[in-house]
Design a protein around this ligand. Structure first.
Ligand code: GLN
Length: 308
């Protein structure tokens, strides 16, 4: 089936849905985003990008940024990162604190908030927060091959003012010696990284290197090694949707990373990178319509990492 026709079909089918989940409002700035927004973009190896709906509207990528931050931190300290963060699915909410006590301040994986805060701490080492934030943003711009990607300062501020849970996680890990910089500086980096805004088109393009063994198929730039791309994909599959990761693998069958802004990046190895956005979330904090859209696209295209 023609990809453009498929994307339009899936968008039209789901856009009629009235039950779209709940827009996150624990970060007040995110609560202002209209729940009716819905975009899809699929970038393919040949540099094409097919879209439907609000695919050019910028939205807060939130936890999808954890994929890029992880790639950057691994580039800095390599496998040493795994002494400070685990690689197992958590089975708990993205902002849960319970496991941290049992596991002595070592977060289960780099995609739950605690793990991503450690990753931000690694990127901050030896730098000022502004430099670390700039480095993350530059990495995303290179991956997207788009210099216009930016950070929404209002979202960063909103999260800084209401990020009590994240502050609790960071302080708790600091008590175990797993945060090396001053907590408020590490959190500043994390909040700004989450406040990166991108459209579905930009995000789909930024994910292409993960579908192409670490190399941007358009520019030929090697963003990460082949082995690293494979491992990041594995972590996205097992941990990218928090306590909804098993269900996402079951229904969609592709590595994916969600954010509370309602965006999801999914990787089809060797074929494509997909970004969907619909702000309403399910009980696990993952985009409800976005998940369904990925499920239909994967099903109708026969895309799965588990077999054709
Ligand atoms: N910035 C958000 C937070 O820390 C990211 C969470 C998410 O997208 N799941 O709460």
């Amino acid at each position: 089936m023609d990809l453009q026709a498929l994307v339009c079909e899936v968008h039209a089918e789901l856009d009629a849905a009235s039950e779209r989940g709940r827009v996150a409002d624990y970060i007040p700035e995110l609560g202002k985003v209209p729940g009716a927004k819905f975009g899809i973009a699929i970038a393919t190896m040949d540099g094409r990008c097919v879209t439907a709906g609000d695919a050019d509207d910028a939205f807060s990528i939130q936890s999808v940024s954890k994929v890029f931050a992880l790639a950057l931190a691994l580039g800095k300290i390599g496998d040493g990162l795994w002494k400070r963060v685990g690689r197992e699915p958590s089975g708990s909410a993205f902002n849960s604190i319970i496991q941290l006590e049992h596991e002595k301040g070592i977060p289960r994986n780099p995609f739950i908030n605690a793990g991503a805060i450690v990753v931000a701490d690694v990127i901050l080492a030896g730098h000022r927060p502004r430099e670390a934030i700039g480095e993350i943003l530059r990495f995303v711009r290179v991956a997207a091959n788009d210099e216009t990607v930016s950070i929404d300062p209002a979202v960063a501020r909103s999260e800084q003012e209401h990020g009590f849970r994240n502050a609790a996680l960071a302080n708790y890990m600091k008590a175990f010696g797993n945060i090396h910089n001053p907590v408020e500086l590490t959190l500043g980096v994390y909040f700004h990284q989450c406040a990166i805004e991108m459209s579905c088109v930009q995000l789909a393009q930024a994910g292409l290197f993960l579908a192409n063994s670490g190399r941007d198929p358009r520019t030929g730039i090697s963003v990460v090694s082949k082995e690293r791309a494979r491992r990041i994909n594995a972590l996205m599959l097992t941990c990218g949707h928090y306590d909804g990761s098993g269900d996402f693998a079951f229904k969609v069958g592709l590595p994916g990373k969600s954010g509370v802004g309602g965006g999801i990046l999914a990787v089809v190895p060797g074929k494509a990178s997909i970004a969907v956005w619909s702000p309403g979330l399910n009980a696990q904090g993952n985009s409800q319509l976005g998940t369904r859209a990925l499920e239909l696209i994967a099903q109708r295209m026969g895309w799965s990492v588990f077999g054709a």
